[in-house]
Ligand binder design. Structure first.
Ligand code: NDP
Ligand code: 8X3
Length: 253
């Protein structure tokens, strides 16, 4: 039987690389994202190899998600895998000067969107049972604090704990859950974070040799194709040139 993966945020970065990686391995794809033109172009390209269903939907829109998932064709009554990838960071200014709308958008996308997708697809993953799996895109920002990470890091800490908690509730179903926690990876992520500022994007990655979306797609594919008795709980991946800084100490004059 052909395996099927549902990937959120497949219009760029990790999600797009993932769609290509799984198509290469012959999996059927359900791909989502808001930018319909990109989604349809990817679907058209990959449908030369595998079955692809594009769903142009905003993960923050609970009703639209319910409608899209509720009307999946019968062939998708079971799902092998879910990659909860859609997400974003907005800005990295200090908390007191942040826009509350940006904070809300991160919470709505990275937390609530991931929850809607997960809850709505759980019955199909459980129907597949043994060998099915969920990979949630957490981040090193969910474990290590840094200035300007505030809500973004907070959403990824939620994703980590939710993933571990979900594992407990899925005991006996055969469905695996992984929190994948990448460090710096070169993608549109930084263009989105810095409001399209290409100079800040370039400065972010300059001289680092950051991870590439293909690296993360290969890791996700590896996680989801482990033997059915193995659950990768959490996996941190960083570029060699990224590590941790020390504690910040404020010295009184
Ligand atoms: P990109 O900006 O390249 O891709 C983000 C994807 O999410 C796009 O396809 C975008 O599609 C989709 N998306 C964003 N908001 C929504 C929404 N409201 N509804 C539906 N889709 C949405 O970023 P990356 O590929 O780098 O990031 C993917 C995930 O990995 C994110 O969760 C990010 O937090 C996480 N991550 C990224 C790291 C990095 O350094 N790049 C490191 C660690 C984690 P569209 O705009 O078309 O809707
Ligand atoms: C994004 C990785 O290092 O920019 O999740 O916080 S980092």
């Amino acid at each position: 039987m052909t395996s099927t993966v549902f990937i959120t945020g497949a219009t760029s970065g990790f999600g797009e690389a993932c769609a290509r990686r799984f198509a290469e391995a012959g999996w059927s794809l359900i791909i989502t994202g808001r930018r319909e033109d990109r989604l349809n172009a990817l679907a058209q390209e990959l449908s030369a190899k595998v079955d692809v269903l594009p769903l142009a939907v905003d993960v923050r829109d609970r009703k639209a998600m319910e409608a899209a998932i509720g009307s999946l064709p019968a062939q998708f009554s079971t799902l092998t895998a879910l990659v909860n990838n859609a997400g974003l960071a907005l800005g990295n200014d200090p908390a007191p000067s942040c826009d509350l709308d940006d904070w809300e958008t991160m919470v709505d996308t990275n937390i609530k969107g991931l929850l809607y997708t997960t809850r709505l697809l759980l019955p199909r993953l459980i129907a597949h049972g043994r060998g099915a799996g969920i990979v949630n895109l957490g981040s090193v920002a969910g474990s290590y604090p840094y200035p300007g990470s505030h809500v973004y890091g907070g959403t990824k800490a939620f994703v980590k704990q939710f993933s571990l908690n979900l594992r407990c509730d899925l005991q006996g179903t055969g469905v695996r859950v992984t929190d994948l926690e990448p460090g710096m990876c070169e993608s549109e992520f930084s263009l989105v974070r810095f409001g399209g500022d290409k100079a800040r994007y370039d400065a972010t990655y300059a001289g680092v040799e950051p991870l590439q979306p293909q690296d993360i797609a290969d890791t996700i594919y590896w996680i989801l194709t482990q033997p059915a008795h193995i659950n990768v709980n959490r996996l941190e991946v960083m570029p060699v040139n990224q590590a941790w800084a020390g504690f910040a100490v404020n010295r009184q004059k």
